[in-house]
Design a protein around this ligand. Structure first.
Ligand code: NAP
Length: 277
């Protein structure tokens, strides 16, 4: 029997997840369908349970439900407990197991696709929203040397750093105010833009000397050239968008559901080909 999966969010029409999972299923010969479900916030719980009760095997969760969905889980993975958010559910008759694959997706994109090993690297993370919460644990687990979080609302950056302080071990995990960052002469090996500023054509100002020689600038946004990416290109550093992270977090979810690891490279290439139009 064909197994059913879905992504649920609001809005959802833009989601590339159905295309990505259909490509993974074709590649690995898995008999499954994957649909997109638009859901009003007040209907989230009933819509997820309905999908499960109709035989659904798993779901991806996207904005704005990644935190709220945790209340439905009977079991949470360590990544979910650390991030305070989930993007993948596995259903059985009695259980809903919640996972968060965003951070692993980012780390795999950086280390495997972009061939940029993170161990010993200094990282500047811009933003302290749900995406940042999802990636801090896996970045620390990748043994970066230092992780500095800067956010427009500094209290949120402090809250993020506080909630991971017990997990950082010998890694220097800290926050800087935006003003202090502008004054600072610190340079970073990796600068990750995890703000949604690029979607509105805005950007936190950054000092021009923010990048170490050979640095990588990574914007989690995909499908457009953001101000952050243009700024980084002007400093002649390597620049990447978040398309690879999107495909890698999906590959990780597919692996959790099906026990098979699909090849993400051909799917990333196909999406890039379509983007280029
Ligand atoms: P979120 O929870 O809404 O957080 C948004 C963050 O952006 C906050 O830190 C916010 O700062 C900051 N921000 C928004 N507008 C800004 C501006 N004009 N200037 C400076 N900072 C601004 O969103 P999220 O879930 O963390 O997602 C962040 C981005 O990552 C989105 O663009 C999302 O599409 C992308 N994302 C990509 C992937 C992927 O697979 N590629 C996965 C997850 C997320 P304040 O705290 O001050 O409001």
């Amino acid at each position: 029997m064909t197994d059913r999966y879905a992504v649920i969010g609001h809005p959802i029409a833009h989601s590339k997840s159905p295309q990505i999972h259909a490509a993974f299923a074709a590649q690995t010969g898995q008999d499954l369908v994957y649909e997109a479900i638009l859901c009003e916030p007040e209907a989230l719980k009933s819509r997820i349970l309905e999908f499960r009760d109709q035989g659904g095997r798993g779901m991806n969760i996207t904005l704005p439900f990644k935190q709220e969905v945790m209340g439905l889980a009977t079991e949470q993975s360590p990544a979910v407990r650390l991030a305070g958010a989930a993007n993948t559910l596995i259903f059985s008759k009695t259980q809903i197991i919640a996972h968060n694959t965003d951070g692993l997706g980012l780390v795999r994109d950086l280390e495997v696709n972009l061939q940029f090993p993170l161990a010993g690297k200094s990282v500047l993370l811009l933003g302290a929203g749900g995406a940042s919460y999802g990636v801090v644990g896996p970045l620390l687990a990748a043994a970066v040397s230092a992780l500095v979080v800067v956010n427009r609302t500094q209290d949120k950056a402090r809250g993020l750093v506080d909630s991971f302080s017990h997990f950082s071990g010998s890694i220097a995990l800290s926050t800087l105010s935006h003003g202090d960052l502008m004054e600072s002469s610190r340079r970073f090996d990796v600068v990750i833009n995890a703000t949604s500023a690029g979607l509105s054509g805005q950007m936190l100002a950054l000092p021009k000397n923010i990048f170490s020689p050979g640095a990588l600038a990574y914007d989690m946004v995909y499908g457009r050239e953001t101000i952050f990416m243009a700024f980084a290109r002007a400093q002649a550093v390597q620049v990447a968008d978040g398309l690879g992270m999107l495909v890698e977090q999906a590959a990780e979810a597919f692996y959790l559901w099906r026990g098979l690891r699909p090849q993400s490279g051909p799917v990333i290439n196909e999406l890039r080909r379509q983007e280029a139009g």
